[in-house]
Design a protein around this ligand. Structure first.
Ligand code: SF4
Length: 199
């Protein structure tokens, strides 16, 4: 397989997210962003954009701040806990944070940043948490790699618009909580259902 050109860029971004997730699975040092299971998305996106665009360090730090604000909004008005709302709260929140950070880094306005964050969470609504044997390895690791790509896509999409849109990030957080409350407990970090029980 030839991974040069556009496919190579895609593979690179995913590999960065995978590297962080593997570090977590090996009990190495990671930053919970916002949780251990979803720790690969934000660094995967930031490392990839740093690699490609080589922004000054201060812009990376501000992108981290942008992601942190989004994560804190979700945490304080909703949840980032897989045990509480399923994986939408973990990988969904990580994707929202990374989408916002990427949009900031690529020159987006506040409207575009909020739009990207909203998409990051919206398109993970309903995602169950069903880790095999309760470990943040399967299906978590793949989800990190794919959410990294989605975050980059959300940033691109938001930047193609003026950032104004119908459903706000606040709306999606409310819906995520409703969805999480309606999710059966077997899909919330219990390993009692879903992918966790596939043999
Ligand atoms: S599947 Fe569950 S344990 Fe894995 S990242 Fe998602 S919320 Fe965390």
């Amino acid at each position: 397989m030839d991974f040069s050109g556009p496919l190579g860029y895609t593979a690179k971004a995913m590999s960065y997210a995978l590297a962080v997730s593997e570090e977590n699975a090996a009990a190495g040092k990671i930053v919970t962003a916002p949780t251990c299971g979803s720790c690969g998305v934000l660094p995967g996106v930031l490392y990839y954009l740093q690699d490609v665009y080589k922004p000054p360090r201060i812009k990376i730090l501000r992108a981290l701040l942008t992601a942190g604000i989004v994560g804190n909004v979700i945490k304080t008005t909703g949840s980032i806990s897989g045990a509480e709302v399923g994986c939408q709260g973990e990988v969904g929140s990580a994707c929202a944070m990374a989408s916002a950070a990427a949009t900031y880094l690529l020159g987006g306005s506040n409207y575009q940043i909020e739009y990207a964050a909203e998409m990051g969470l919206e398109h993970h609504l309903g995602l169950t948490c069903d880790p095999v044997m309760g470990l943040v390895q399967i299906p978590c690791i793949e989800r990190n790699a794919l959410a990294t790509m989605r975050a980059l896509n959300h940033a691109t999409y938001a930047l193609l618009s003026d950032g104004r849109h119908r459903v706000s990030l606040d709306n999606v957080i409310t819906v995520m909580m409703e969805t999480g409350e309606a999710l059966p407990y077997i899909f919330k970090e219990t390993s009692r259902g879903g992918l966790a029980t596939v043999r």
